[in-house]
Design a protein around this ligand. Structure first.
Ligand code: NAD
Ligand code: GLY
Length: 364
């Protein structure tokens, strides 16, 4: 397995490895048994992942003699809420799970965010490990310690920073991922291409076919690059006070779209729509070139992601959601805009008229 170390300099105890490999889940069990000792391992996963991998992973842990219990919740973003937290925590209490336990998030970003959040508050916090099984989670949500659940008012409004003890990325999991879910992960990879540098963006353009066909070497290199980029940003700004905000490119409008759709639009699709909107705003406000705009739109199209929003979603609803976004400061909503590909910056002065005009333009 390739090892990418995420160093949180002032807090060595919070540093951890992101291990990336293919068909490595047996090895993952061994590493956990050796390096992350606990009296109880609580494997928490969603209903789909449980059906596909719950028994296998539980078996690996139990065969290693580890005291392991599997807890399952209903798959989907609509489970990323406080009711699911209470249900999982209730089961953990019945099992007698104490602070010597380690929680293991097996699944996509929903499982990762939810389990991370439970770990941050359960008995004033317990350690957890991420085993991401979607592309979205492997390149983004499992890294960096942002944990949260959604509230009726909006996405991720209840959460904490709580770093995992380790992240294990096994690309084999992706083989059972539906195409639409794979594409969702591609949205975050396009995001990295846009905010990192033109070279990575060009790689995505050139290798688009191989990526879509899940060519193992190409995909593995793209996943590793994405993990390295994200970990570099988290190392500089763990708590999202500065540069980490560029990782929210496409997410300001994206989160509003996701919530306004009642989570019928997936996170990745919403981010793609949000990136298309951010590119339009960048053209209006900071001279972002038409040429680069067209390249970004083409890549979003090639990766099978949407750029437009249904006319049935009201502009007012999106604007209201934006005003509730946790990325806002006072009355100011933070948007990540672009001067060029590879040159993102945070703009908190986007006039409401431009926001409304842009949302109207992305509706069809
Ligand atoms: P998800 O966890 O809902 O997974 C998508 C679907 O794929 C689910 O139905 C799941 O059951 C299924 N699935 C998972 N692994 C599978 C596999 N290997 N084979 C077949 N099916 C599988 O959604 P997601 O797209 O992984 O994550 C989205 C969530 O992540 C959102 O809540 C978003 O807010 C969050 N997120 C968090 C961060 C962060 O930094 N914490 C970053 C990005 C996204
Ligand atoms: N996904 C955005 C972040 O981790 O900061």
């Amino acid at each position: 397995m390739k090892k990418v170390k995420l160093n949180l300099n002032k807090k060595i105890s919070l540093s951890y490895d992101i291990c990336i490999g293919y068909n490595v889940i047996d090895q993952v069990g061994l590493i956990i048994a050796e390096n992350h000792k606990a009296s109880h391992y609580v494997l928490i996963t969603d209903s789909n992942v449980s059906r596909l991998y719950g028994g296998v992973v539980l078996g690996i842990f139990q065969n290693l003699g580890l005291n392991t219990t599997l807890i399952e919740f209903q798959a989907g973003e609509t489970s990323k809420n406080i009711q699911t937290v209470l249900s999982v925590v209730g089961q953990m209490l019945k099992l007698g799970v104490d602070r010597d336990a380690i929680l293991i998030a097996l699944g996509g970003g929903v499982a990762g965010d939810l389990v991370g959040f439970i770990a941050s508050v359960y008995m004033r916090s317990v350690p957890y490990i991420q085993i991401p099984t979607t592309l979205m989670a492997q390149v983004d949500s499992s890294i960096g310690g942002k944990t949260a659940v959604d509230l009726p008012d909006g996405k991720n409004l209840l959460g904490a920073f709580h770093q995992p003890k380790a992240v294990f990325v096994d690309l084999k999991f992706l083989e059972t991922l539906p195409n639409t879910e794979f594409n969702n992960g591609l949205a975050e990879i396009i995001k990295y291409g846009i905010i990192d540098n033109l070279k990575f963006f060009e790689t995505l353009e050139q290798k688009a076919d191989a990526i879509k066909k899940q060519d193992r070497d190409v995909l593995s290199a793209v996943v590793e690059h994405s993990c390295r980029f994200k970990k570099k940003i988290v190392e500089i700004d763990e708590k999202d006070r500065g540069i980490r905000r560029i990782l929210n490119f496409g997410h300001t409008v994206g989160h509003a779209v996701e919530a306004a759709s009642g989570y019928t639009i997936s996170h990745g699709n919403a981010v793609a729509i949000g990136m298309a909107a951010a590119v339009r705003m960048s053209g209006k406000l900071c001279g972002f070139s038409i040429g680069e705009r067209e390249r970004i739109w083409r890549l979003i199209d090639v990766f099978g992601l949407p750029r437009y929003l249904s006319l049935t979603i009201r502009t007012d609803e999106i604007v209201e959601r934006l005003k509730m976004d946790k990325k806002k400061e006072g009355d100011k909503i933070n948007f990540v805009l672009l001067k060029r590909i590879g040159m993102p910056f945070v703009n908190s002065e986007v006039p409401e008229a431009i926001i409304r005009e842009t949302i109207e333009e992305i509706k069809r």
